[in-house]
Design a protein around this ligand. Structure first.
Ligand code: DMJ
Length: 669
């Protein structure tokens, strides 16, 4: 035994090692405590001098204040954690689900967030509390619907039934100079408490998506709801184009979220300048989301800001049409006007892109009086009308220099989809005047149904992909799920030899798309699903198993509900709402999913702008009265932005005079 040793005596391999003496240990402790206190004192003094509340008028402090403001403005970028990337084993982060009644509704969290929101508003110069006065806005509810007592209306709607069937220019709407506020469109005669509750649930979802975008990514294009910062690699890149704002505006308006709508309107007025964007923008995406979104807001409100901004965007795109055929290039840089094609498409443009500009450009010409936009899309129409179609089908690729088809690959999903949709809708929105469009639509659909429509062994109808006249893949994209609604609209708007078949196909395709949802663990549908042997309506490859918050299936539920009144479409829509709440809702918004077949799916950490523009709008309308955006008076563009039907809907707002061209060299045809 070694006898009694001090308790702090240490041994290494049985040999005592010298220890720090009590005296030196205390001295070190003292030094440590003094230096900690000193650090606190320095930080405290620093805060006293540099925080904005204490700023004095000296120029040094002003510049410190400016730096502080700049850092604060760039807040999410500088302060948020790095993006949630795939980890080493290829996993994405698991979605942290926040349900009602859990942390998401914790009053303290809500209060903190509200305080933070107010602080951001106050300090970032967003001026969301200052409300400008607007042009007049009549009700958007149909004159055809049941009588509608205005709920929450700021002012009485201007238009009565006698105004129907007459196109009313904006100036005529200003009958009463006192009508300077937007009219809240929350007019819905539904009395069924169950339906009202469902509609209100969707409205709350919109608030959650919007508020979080506002909190973490305001002015940027999209939100990363899991990492709570801006999504800088969205389709519109990292610039400050506010894609979520512009895309989401009309949904806010339709839902009666007028304060949020005004915040968006303020941002567009002050910060939306497309010509400052120095990166490549897709002509198609910019048209359907920005021009489409702004034009819808113009129709709904009559506020000329939206019309003028829509024209500004379209003008920025015009140089892309400067090709030998008039078919536009895919991408344009608004600041230097450089055009280019997608690398993966070679020299070709894409059918769904060049063919999905017609609604926006013709309507823009009508409301501005500037014919240049219509001339651009008429030229595209001419090319596609005249070109020879192999087997009556339109291939997905076309060269804008030669006007020749590229690869003979045809699809009603990616790369083809909305070209067909716009043939039908160009006819509808023109009040059936654009007859060529309807003829082209019926001919294309006849060929498509003959060559692409297939029935699985268990009886599910689907639209396969065709290459060089043969079935290429027994696969249907989620994107093609819009087709149910399209065929139903085609069926009910014209009686011809195809009408009955159209409605039958519409029912069957919508059923198949629902099956693709129902056969997944999450009850949300995959990006693409296949039919191969025993596999039916299920994704097989990993990149097909994602759910990107897409709207197409719900779009078809909505149109089918309006046109058939079959209760199952509302039931399916409600299943979808519950699935979105369970799997996609996170504290910071809504995320897409990496694999819909997992019971605890991982999030992709992107809140797509079309989730606000389309997904939530169609779900909301599914639980609203038919008179809200009546299908006899409105046609939805491919991004779900409603356009008034010419000659039928008084909100069409044609300009009084037509300008042959703008006089701008760039705009000459
Ligand atoms: C939207 O931008 C539009 O619906 C487009 O036509 C196709 N893709 C997305 C939504 O999935």
């Amino acid at each position: 035994m070694t006898g009694i040793l001090p308790s702090y005596q240490r041994f290494v391999n049985g040999v005592p090692v010298p220890s720090i003496s009590r005296r030196s240990f205390r001295l070190r402790e003292k030094y440590l405590i003094i230096s900690v206190l000193l650090t606190f004192a320095i930080v405290w003094l620093g805060a006293l001098f540099y925080l904005p509340e204490f700023k004095s008028s000296t120029s040094v402090n002003d510049s410190v204040y400016n730096v502080y403001k700049r850092i604060q403005k760039a807040g999410p970028e500088l302060l948020m954690p790095p993006p949630l990337a795939q980890n080493e084993v290829g996993d994405f982060p698991v979605v942290g689900i926040v349900r009602h009644g859990e942390e998401g509704d914790d009053p303290h969290v809500v209060e903190d967030r509200n305080r933070l929101l107010a602080k951001i508003d106050e300090e970032m110069g967003m001026k969301v509390l200052e409300r400008p006065q607007f042009d007049v806005a009549p009700s958007i509810s149909s004159s055809k619907g049941p009588s509608k007592p205005p709920v929450n209306a700021i002012e009485e709607p201007v238009l009565g039934n006698n105004a129907a069937n007459k196109d009313i220019p904006v100036s005529d709407l200003k009958v009463d100079g006192s009508l300077k506020q937007y009219v809240v469109p929350a007019i819905d005669p539904s009395t069924d408490p169950d339906i009202i509750q469902k509609r209100d649930t969707v409205k709350e979802m919109m608030r959650h998506a919007w508020n979080n975008y506002k909190l973490y990514a305001w002015g940027k294009n999209e939100l990363k709801p899991m990492s709570k910062r801006a999504h800088l690699t969205s389709v519109f890149g990292g610039g400050d184009l506010g894609a979520t704002i512009v895309d989401g505006m009309d949904t806010l308006y339709i839902m009666g979220l007028i304060d949020e709508f005004r915040e968006g309107r303020d941002w567009i007025a002050e910060h939306f300048h497309i010509n400052e964007i120095d990166s490549d923008l897709s002509v198609f995406e910019t048209t359907i989301r920005f021009v489409g979104g702004l034009l819808s807001c113009y129709a709904l409100t009559g506020d000329s800001l939206f019309r003028d901004k829509a024209a500004e965007v379209a003008d920025a795109l015009l140089p892309a049409f400067d090709t030998p055929t008039g078919l536009p290039y895919a991408l344009i840089n608004p600041s230097n006007k450089a055009n280019r094609q997608y690398h993966w498409a070679g020299a070709n443009s894409i059918l769904s892109e060049v063919g999905t500009l017609h609604m926006e450009f013709t309507y823009l010409s009508d409301v501005t009086g500037n014919d240049v936009y219509r001339q651009k899309v008429d030229r595209i129409r001419q090319v596609l009308y005249n070109i020879q179609k192999p087997d009556g089908l339109y291939p997905n690729y076309i060269n804008p220099r030669t006007g020749q088809w590229g690869q003979r690959h045809t699809s009603l999903g990616a790369l083809g989809d909305s070209f067909y949709e716009y043939l039908l809708k160009a006819w509808l929105v023109s009040n059936n005047e654009d007859e060529v469009a309807r003829v082209m639509f019926d001919e294309a659909m006849q060929a498509a149904l003959d060559k692409m429509l297939r029935i699985s062994p268990s009886g599910l109808a689907y639209l396969a992909e065709v290459k060089y006249g043969r079935i290429f893949e027994e696969k249907m994209d989620h994107l093609s799920c819009f087709a149910g609604g399209m065929f139903a609209l085609a069926s009910t708007t014209l009686q011809n030899s195809l009408s009955e078949r159209y409605m039958d196909v519409a029912r069957k395709l919508t059923h198949t798309c629902h099956e693709s949802y129902d056969r997944s663990e999450t009850k949300l549908g995959p990006e693409a699903f296949r039919f191969s042997g025993a596999v039916e309506a299920r994704a097989m490859k990993s990149n097909e198993k994602m759910y990107l918050l897409r709207p197409e299936t719900f779009e078809s539920y909505f149109i089918m509900w309006r046109l058939t009144k079959d209760q199952k479409y509302r039931d399916w829509g409600w299943e979808a709402v519950q699935a979105l709440e369970k799997h996609c809702r996170v504290e910071g918004g809504y995320t897409g999913l990496v694999n819909v077949y997992h019971s605890a799916p991982q999030g992709d950490d992107v809140q797509q702008s079309f989730f606000l523009a389309e997904t939530l709008k169609y779900l909301y309308l599914l639980f609203s009265d038919d008179s809200l955006l009546h299908l006899d008076e409105w046609v939805f563009n491919t991004e779900a932005h409603p356009f008034p039907i010419k000659g039928k809907n008084p909100l069409y707002r044609s300009a009084n005079k037509l300008i042959a061209n703008s006089g701008n060299e760039d705009n000459q045809v």
